[in-house]
Write a protein that binds this ligand. Structure first.
Ligand SMILES: [Zn+2]
Ligand SMILES: [Zn+2]
Length: 388
């Protein structure tokens, strides 16, 4: 399915992107490369969807179904230490998550799909910007991607250097968590450390709040549901001999379902407001959604794993991958259309412990994933829109 010549071409694309990484919403040259190649292959291409995003479509036969495939194009904002011949030439930019590989994989798949024309319907390719900070999917959706370029289903792959090369795994339901951030501002009344009866000590109030927040996961959630509430910063305006007037608590909350996010937010707000009211202090509570949870549709997961089995073999494709507590911007697409997010193994060493994880300054995407990923996407398209 993937010729030796195409494999070489995919490596070239990947390494070119690796040497010239572009972070969130900077993906101008990457998008240009993507557009040039897709146009050569015969795709109808639209640029500037969600700032630097690209949408490409190819129709074959009379089928009405539209299946979407997504790749992410952005790099991290950090320096690379691999010393590879194609290492990043740009300071503080590095493809440390393998999005160069995801883009090259989808380009390779695009070429095979276009050459074989063995499907009945429309293939929609989504090259999204800004996956890392989690704003790219939102930017594309706000730009009308769902209305202008509708899809019935959508799929995405992410490399996993700790999973053996040649494996593809996923799970139905939650596979990556949401990420929400919160800021709690407590205003008491500061004063001399020697006279606590003259102040409203926001430190003590904040401490009560931090402990009470720990009851959300332990007392408000079912033991079978996953949720995380972590306070990560505690900032005061005090001096060693002064009780402060203000305390700021910042933190991060995660869950697999939108209803869980809502429960966390509602309980947090009540706890913060309640404890501050009890102590006669003022409270401001801000809760923002950074990443949607990535929740795989059960039926689409079955389809994806069936197609993966045809490519990597019965034993190497599975639907019982343990979910992670990281976040993935693809989740936002899944709130609009059913689909499935899968992980593709790229491990080259013997054990998981020896593998260099993504976001490590010496990580490099394993090019041997490229043909496997391209074959999987092609198989999935041909299975989901079978040409009769
Ligand atoms: Zn990443
Ligand atoms: Zn990533």
């Amino acid at each position: 399915m993937v010729s030796e010549e195409l494999f070489e071409q995919m490596k070239k694309w990947r390494q070119q992107m690796h040497a010239h990484p572009e972070a969130a919403f900077e993906e101008v040259e990457t998008a240009k490369l993507v557009v040039t190649e897709l146009e050569k292959m015969g795709y109808e291409v639209v640029t500037g969807v969600g700032k630097t995003g690209v949408v490409a479509s190819l129709k074959n036969g009379n089928g009405k179904k539209v299946v979407g495939l997504r790749a992410d194009m952005d790099s991290l904002k950090m320096d690379e230490t691999t010393g590879l011949p194609y290492a990043s030439k740009v300071e503080n930019r590095f493809h440390g998550c393998g999005h160069d590989g995801h883009t090259a994989t989808l380009l390779g798949a695009a070429q095979v799909i276009a050459e074989r024309k063995n499907f009945d319907g429309t293939v929609r390719l989504i090259f999204q910007p800004a996956e890392e900070p989690g704003y790219g999917a939102r930017a594309m959706i706000e730009d009308g991607v769902m209305e202008k370029y509708p899809m019935d289903e959508i799929y995405a792959l992410h490399n996993n250097p700790q999973m053996p090369l040649g494996q593809i795994g996923t799970c139905p339901g939650g596979i990556a968590t949401s990420e929400d951030n919160f800021v709690i501002k407590i205003k008491g009344k500061g004063g001399h450390a020697s006279a606590p009866h003259n102040v409203k000590d926001p430190l003590v109030i904040a401490s009560e709040i931090i402990l009470a927040l720990q009851t959300i996961v332990s007392r408000n959630f079912s033991p079978l549901e996953t949720a995380v509430v972590s306070c990560t910063e505690f900032i005061t305006d005090g001096a060693r001999n002064a009780i402060p007037s203000n305390v700021l608590i910042k933190g991060d909350a995660r869950a697999y379902k939108p209803e869980s996010q809502q429960l966390i937010e509602d309980r947090m707000r009540k706890i913060c407001m309640g404890i501050c009211a009890l102590n006669d202090a003022e409270c401001e509570f801000e809760y923002t959604h950074e990443f949607a949870p990535t929740f795989n549709d059960a039926v689409c997961t079955t389809y994806a794993v069936e197609s993966a089995k045809k490519v990597v073999g019965e034993k190497n494709a599975f639907d019982d991958l343990p979910p992670g507590t990281g976040s993935e911007d693809f989740g936002l697409f899944l709130q609009h259309i059913p689909g499935c997010y899968l992980r593709i193994g790229g491990m080259v060493c013997e054990t998981e412990d020896d593998a260099i994880p993504v976001h490590n300054s010496s990580f490099d995407f394993n090019d041997d994933i490229l043909p496997i990923g391209a074959k999987f996407f092609t198989q999935l398209i041909e299975d989901r829109m079978e040409l009769k």
